[in-house]
Ligand binder design. Structure first.
Ligand code: ADP
Length: 349
């Protein structure tokens, strides 16, 4: 028996000539937070809607969705349970709160078949969780954007779904509120024990929310795993560049090292032959040195850190991300050293 809370196998969805989702497979453990990430139009929302039961997947052999051990879609068996029988909670942009209902009534919405005393106790519990007790009798238009999203999460979690699905839940909020609410939502979901699947196109949001990142490209799942693993050991250039800035260098790998324009660079994983090296800017240490071999060409200062564009002795360019404490200026000479292993992607892949 699988212990996965959500298992998606070989799902596809075509709109006319557009293949929105192409044989996508992934799974999430109980309590795990998964994040579908990828550029706009790569099929994230469509895949989420297929899982939710808001749209049917194409009927292709082997296509299946299992939620909490129950098969809710199976192309071979002709099974396709409706959304309300899948054990999922939804927080979608287009699933706004009911405007004519109070906060408490919105949260109670999915509990209409519960006994009154239990329903009231559950609503009280959720109101306290999302710190909205004092606002229980307000209407949605009397709440801030962040408060509305907390109520939407409470409404989705109220019936204790196996999986909660969230499509770009922070996109209508301003930047400072976004990161605050993101951490809060993550904590609430963890506390609830629910398994969650988010959709976002924002890499920082994806990396900070996810236990498991599921990277999509042109309808396909191209890599999934822990954020740290995908960031430092991407299996292809699409994943490497999607998740952050990357220096991509040609190299020749021999066991745990590669020879490249920077000399001998350690590899995150041993391999052989012609490779593209992905070296994160954070892996380049820069020390000011009037006799150094590299020249700082450009400085993009962010406060907490800064991105330096370096010109090497052989005129090649290299990005380095260093702390914002030290001041660098264009034209300044420095030394550069690689302080973390590079990922090697075989050039023939
Ligand atoms: P993402 O969420 O990654 O931005 P979507 O899942 O919304 O991507 O869309 C994937 C592709 O499918 C896009 O090319 C989009 O135009 C197309 N698409 C999505 N929904 C529909 C639809 N209802 N009808 C036709 N094409 C659609």
């Amino acid at each position: 028996m699988s212990t996965h809370a959500l298992k998606v196998r070989l799902l596809s969805r075509r709109y006319g000539a557009v293949v929105a989702v192409d044989s996508a497979s992934f799974c999430l453990d109980q309590g795990e937070i998964g994040v579908l990430v990828g550029p706009s139009g790569c099929g994230k929302s469509t895949l989420l809607r297929l899982v939710a039961g808001l749209e049917p997947p194409d009927s292709k052999p082997g296509a299946q969705i299992v939620i909490g051990g129950n098969v809710v879609f199976d192309a071979d068996a002709g099974l396709d349970l409706p959304a309300d029988r899948r054990g999922v909670g939804l927080v979608f942009q287009d699933y706004a709160l009911f405007p004519h209902m109070t906060v408490a009534a919105n949260i109670a919405f999915g509990l209409h078949h519960w006994r009154k005393a239990e329903r009231e106790a559950r609503v009280r519990e959720l109101l306290s969780w999302v710190r909205m007790e004092a606002l229980a009798e307000r209407y949605p238009h009397e709440l801030s954007g962040g408060q509305q999203q907390r109520v939407a999460l409470a409404r989705a979690l109220a019936p204790r779904p196996t999986v909660v699905l969230l499509d770009e839940p922070f996109s209508n909020l301003d930047q400072s509120l976004r990161s605050e609410l993101r951490e809060e939502m993550r904590a609430l979901i963890k506390q609830s024990g629910a398994t969650a699947l988010f959709v976002t196109h924002d890499r920082e949001e994806a990396i900070s929310l996810a236990d498991k990142l599921i990277v999509m490209h042109e309808g396909r799942v191209i890599q999934s795993g822990a954020p740290h693993q995908l960031y430092w050991q991407p299996e292809n250039l699409a994943v490497a560049t999607l998740l952050g800035e990357a220096n991509v260098l040609e190299g020749m790998a021999v066991n745990g090292y590669a020879e490249c324009i920077l000399g001998r660079v350690p590899l995150a994983r041993s391999t052989q032959g012609r490779v593209h090296l992905v070296l994160r800017p954070e892996a380049v240490q820069v020390t000011p040195d009037a006799h150094g071999e590299v020249v700082v060409e450009r400085v993009t200062y962010f406060g907490h850190d800064q991105l330096l564009t370096l010109r090497l002795a052989n005129d090649a360019m290299l990005l380095a991300r260093v702390s914002g404490v030290q001041r660098f200026a264009p034209g300044q000479r420095a030394r550069a050293a690689v302080i973390a292993p590079a990922a090697a992607i075989r050039a023939d892949e």
